[in-house]
Design a protein around this ligand. Structure first.
Ligand code: AMP
Length: 423
């Protein structure tokens, strides 16, 4: 007997949940699943890593299994996230399901996807650009698709994607159920979502626009010229767990990864200029712990669920404040602990203030040191919850209290003493 039984889900789905070892619904699932099963539209927010995928995936699969007519579509902002969502949905369908699902993402073979669409899949998961390509070519018919999910809703409704989403929605029947989820839903997105939703239920688990509670956050004021040395120091202090380093541009991602490798670290990079095959290979290798440090642009900021990521380093600050919450949410998944450190150079002060305002709307702006100061000492910012741990950043850097199972597995990474200066 699992707690999921209270929802009266189809037996096939209940067995799949058992196989996936989902024994108890998470808080967002507890709230969203019954409402979605009743047919309500939902605008849902919950912190990163708290099970939003299954919160929409479970009712989606239940509806597909219970109703031979309806079809479903899930839209995500990145190919990697679409692939991950597809993995969860196929897991929920179970191994021997006859229900067809198609993953429609850019960079993948059009031919293969067109062949998949000829099989009349009942579930589509994909990125907006490629889905529009198929719609324009007449490969994809959506007039029976009465269940729409916009994952990472705020990103999906921002300017670039908004137009694409509108195009897709025109192909959907007006009578449908729409679910929208994100960890961050700014007020203007709540307004914008109204045009897609009918009498929606608003679900907010935990504080809106707040990082997951178990992520320890530190900041380091650093001059541009000492950023790399600081990074090297921060990495060498972290003995266990995978690390993701976020940078601003594709070029700086490549350069940084190259420099780290030269210095003896095992690093690779992911950004939008890489071929899809390469992107898939990099993520698969990172998931399988073939290398420890992933240098990424914001393409990896949202949704990616890789439980052994214990550390997020914001080498450059994100352009949009909400992405700070998403970036650091790559750690601390599913209630585990994680650490996040943010480098702040003098040029970043405006961006940092915007992030601070998002996290602490009622507080005074943070004080920024004058000039290019490299303190080489992580500082807790604001000394406010959720940053209230009394240990120093330095102590935390060697923190062994994260995912202990994964820590053990990391014994396979040879411990290197990096040369103090980069080659
Ligand atoms: P998500 O926020 O959807 O990426 O989920 C974060 C992590 O929590 C993933 O690794 C999921 O497999 C896991 N997860 C989601 N729901 C449950 C559940 N009810 N029980 C156990 N693990 C879950």
């Amino acid at each position: 007997m699992t707690d999921f039984l209270q929802f009266g889900l189809p037996a096939q789905l209940t067995s799949a949940l058992e196989r996936m070892k989902y024994t108890k619904p998470t808080p967002i699932q507890e709230q969203a699943i019954p409402l979605a099963l009743k047919g309500h539209d939902i605008l849902g927010s919950a912190q990163t890593g708290t099970g939003k995928t299954a919160a929409f995936g479970i009712p989606l699969v239940a509806k597909i299994l219970n109703n031979p007519r309806g079809n479903a579509i899930v839209l995500t902002p990145t190919r990697e996230l679409a692939t991950q969502v597809m993995t969860v949905i196929t897991g929920l369908l179970g191994q021997r399901s006859f229900i067809q699902a198609a993953l429609l993402i850019g960079g993948d073979s059009m031919h293969k996807q067109t062949a998949q669409l000829k099989m009349r899949p009942r579930i589509i998961v994909g990125t907006p650009g490629r889905i529009n390509d198929h719609l324009e070519r007449g490969n994809l018919i959506l007039h029976d698709t009465n269940f729409l999910v916009l994952d990472e809703t705020d990103r999906m409704l921002d300017m670039g994607f908004g137009i694409q989403i509108d195009r897709i929605v025109k192909f959907l029947p007006p009578v449908r159920q729409t679910l929208m989820f994100s960890a961050t839903i700014p007020a203007e997105i709540v307004k914008m979502s109204a045009k897609y939703l009918k009498n929606p239920e608003r679900i907010a688990v935990g504080a809106v626009n707040k990082p997951a509670v178990k992520i320890k956050q530190d900041i380091i004021h650093v001059g541009d010229s000492s950023k790399y040395d600081e990074l090297s120091k921060q990495i060498s202090e972290r003995e266990n767990g995978s690390i993701i380093v976020f940078v601003k541009t594709k070029r700086s991602a490549d350069k940084l990864s190259e420099r780290l490798n030269k210095q003896g670290y095992k690093a690779d990079t992911i950004h939008g200029d890489l071929h899809q095959r390469k992107r898939e290979k990099v993520i698969a290798a990172y998931r399988n712990m073939k290398f420890r440090i992933l240098v990424a642009t914001d393409i990896a900021a949202r949704g990616l669920d890789i439980p052994h990521i214990e550390h997020v380093i914001n080498y450059d600050l994100p352009q949009c404040p909400e992405d700070y919450i998403h970036r650091i949410g790559r750690t601390g998944r599913n209630g585990s602990e994680g650490s996040a450190v943010c480098f702040i150079s003098p040029e970043d002060s405006m961006k940092w203030r915007a992030i601070h305002r998002l996290l602490h709307p009622n507080e005074a702006p943070p004080q920024m040191p004058r000039g290019a100061v490299s303190e080489h000492k992580p500082r807790k910012f604001g000394n406010k919850k959720p940053f209230s741990s009394n240990s120093s950043g330095k102590e935390r850097a060697g923190n062994k209290g994260g995912n202990t199972g994964d820590n053990k597995r990391f014994a396979r990474f040879p411990k290197r003493k990096p040369t103090p200066k980069a080659a």
